[in-house]
Design a protein around this ligand. Sequence first.
Ligand SMILES: [Zn+2]
Ligand SMILES: [Zn+2]
Length: 138
Amino acid sequence: MLVEPKSMDECVYFTNRSLNEKGKIKCWVFKEKCVKCGKELMGKPRDPKTGKPRIRAKEYECPGCKYNVSEEEYENTLTASIQYTCQYCGNIGELQVPFKRKKVKIFNEDEMKGKTIESLRFQCGKCSKNLDVTRKMK
Ligand SMILES: [Zn+2]
Ligand SMILES: [Zn+2]
């Protein structure tokens, strides 16, 4: 069984969404400890004046030793936990995959055309079709 987060503060990423009438995906990624000192959870760097995390910063920082890595480098070392109901076969499953987004082609039904977007892709444990946790469009 996967461990579910108790609060958003524990996660670098959390989403709970529907894929279509029957499919849905819940996906979360826990923050992990600093690889340098191993004591503190990495987080977005804090503003020295307000003490609030700079959400939009493209980097993560250890609050203890100030070790700093780019967002991409840090996220690539993390593990995503996924609970899903397959949109094709209705299979309910859960799994863990490396939190590595890849560029994938997806057919957008609203716009009736193919699109390349970043996605965390995995396969249904039953029908083996691709399921995507796509990055939200801005
Ligand atoms: Zn550290
Ligand atoms: Zn399936």
